[in-house]
Design a protein around this ligand. Structure first.
Ligand code: DX5
Ligand code: ZN
Length: 217
């Protein structure tokens, strides 16, 4: 059985004592850091940007998984590379020239991901899936941590898995929103490779233990 990659979302961390949560993740079995960038336009919330990402990158060797919930993300590809992004994910709904944006991310030496809102069907990626290192399926409406997992996501994982196999692609499937001990096992059984976990990790009494449990669930 293949264990998923756990990507704690720092959005749920204690921003007044960020170093404590960074060090917790460093010592944990999580392989990735998930970093949510929100612009108040694409989503109804504003989170944090480049300086915070750079500060985290300066204190970790984990993979920096940057999830852009911003309009026209192509404007900032270089900037996110400079602050340490290893994987850069843009939203399907925010890109008119998605193919060009994906190539630009790869040209900077980063892995390229596309995120789908809950209402966006997987089949729209038919002609780009072979170029994607990552397919992020939103299992809540983007903008906030701590929301309820949308059940239709299970079916989308199966559709994504089928599309990736049919096109002979090596795209990783990442699930983001409402992931916790109650659904992690089913998500990885269906084919999720990366599980983002915000509140389920940082609001637990034992965040490091929860990361290990998510990994083995
Ligand atoms: C939501 C973000 C998520 C969020 C997940 O817009 O993309 O990454 O931080 O938080 P939880 O795990 O609490 O749903
Ligand atoms: Zn996210």
């Amino acid at each position: 059985r293949i264990m998923p990659i756990i990507a704690p979302s720092i959005l749920a961390a204690d921003f007044s004592n960020l170093i404590k949560d960074i060090e917790m993740v460093n010592q944990s079995e999580a392989e990735w850091f998930h970093l949510d960038v929100m612009d108040g336009v694409f989503v109804p919330n504003i989170s944090y940007g480049m300086p915070v990402i750079k500060a985290i990158d300066d204190h970790t060797d984990k993979v920096m998984d940057v999830h852009l919930m911003i309009v026209q993300p192509e404007r900032y590809i270089k900037d996110f590379k400079e602050v340490g992004a290893d994987v850069l994910t843009v939203h399907y709904e925010a890109c008119t020239h998605l193919h060009r944006t994906i190539q630009a991310i790869k040209d900077e030496g980063m892995k390229a991901g596309v995120a789908l809102n809950p209402h966006t069907p997987v089949h729209l990626l038919e002609d780009i899936i072979h170029d994607l290192d990552l397919l992020l399926i939103m299992s809540v409406n983007p903008g906030f941590g701590g929301q309820k997992f949308i059940q239709n996501t299970y079916e989308k994982i199966t559709q994504a898995k089928n599309l990736i196999e049919r096109k002979n692609a090596s795209t990783l499937i990442e699930i983001d929103g409402g992931v916790g001990l109650g659904n992690a096992a089913q998500l990885s059984q269906l084919g999720a490779d990366v599980l983002v976990a915000g509140s389920s990790v940082f609001q637990s009494n034992d965040p490091m233990g929860t990361i290990s449990e998510l990994l083995r669930s």
